[in-house]
Design a protein around this ligand. Sequence first.
Ligand code: FO1
Length: 305
Amino acid sequence: MKVAVLAGGVGGARLSHGLYRIHPRDLTVIVNTGDDFQLHGLSISPDLDTVLYTLAEWADSVQGWGLSGDTRRCAEQLARLGGETWFQLGDLDLATHLYRTQRLGQGATLTKVTEELARSAGLQLRLLPMCDAPVPTKLRLASGWVDFQDYFVRRQHADPVLECRYQGADQTPPGPEVVKALTEAERIVLAPSNPFLSLQPIFSLQGFAELWAGCRARKVAVSPMIGEAAVKGPLASLLASLGQPVNSLGVARLLKDWIDVLILDEGDAHLIPEIEKCGVRTVCTLTLMKTDSDRERLARVALDV
Ligand code: FO1
């Protein structure tokens, strides 16, 4: 079965890993690039790297991002020099940014560079950025518009968000390999990623709604909310500040025009009647992924729906 996944962030990486372990061939992971930015003259793609490292089993599994066992000698020296260290780049992680920046500078597309990195990591699946041009996510806080990593890392996503903007998305089509993978897919999985920060950037791409409507695959999402809390990151705060219920019903309302089925945590079964009123079918299971076998089990549920 040809499977395509939309993913961003740590939750997206973890379910992608589960899918990869049970279904390594005919799998395409399409990753949000709205978090991408330039720092120290380097092109940094955090969600692509988090998915790559997790699939390759190189990731720091506690933190979710960066490389297991990485060191920070360069960051320590940079701090001595008075450089910017608010965004922590590990010594081994730097190699990825140096490689990507070098290859992009030689005219390679982000899709091509990502394919090279996946091959170097020994991965059999297709790992794709959602598009090749920059589509930076911006967030409006009380103090005004800020870039994504300023909001997410520098400010530790502590500020209420009043509006999200996916700059340039409506003039940027999804990459040709993305179109092909989604059109050919027999199952599309929306990983438990933040709908505002990881999925909406993909939905906002030029022509994506038409492309999506033409995809025959069943579209199954895994809710990133368990109870009133996000498993990781600022989703609960975003649901509250952007006027949605702070639970999987809020997620269902955001995704209802994009999905057929929402997989939610067993503890949230009481939300099913309200969710099904949105026209979304539901499946209940344990959705917290603490171990690799949790990831595989949830992946199997997403494919068996
Ligand atoms: N997140 C942080 O909270 N602090 C960091 O210093 C940080 C560094 C970092 C470096 C490389 C990378 O790929 C991700 C990194 N992240 C960091 C996580 C990143 O901000 C988020 O994973 C995504 O942008 C949102 O999912």
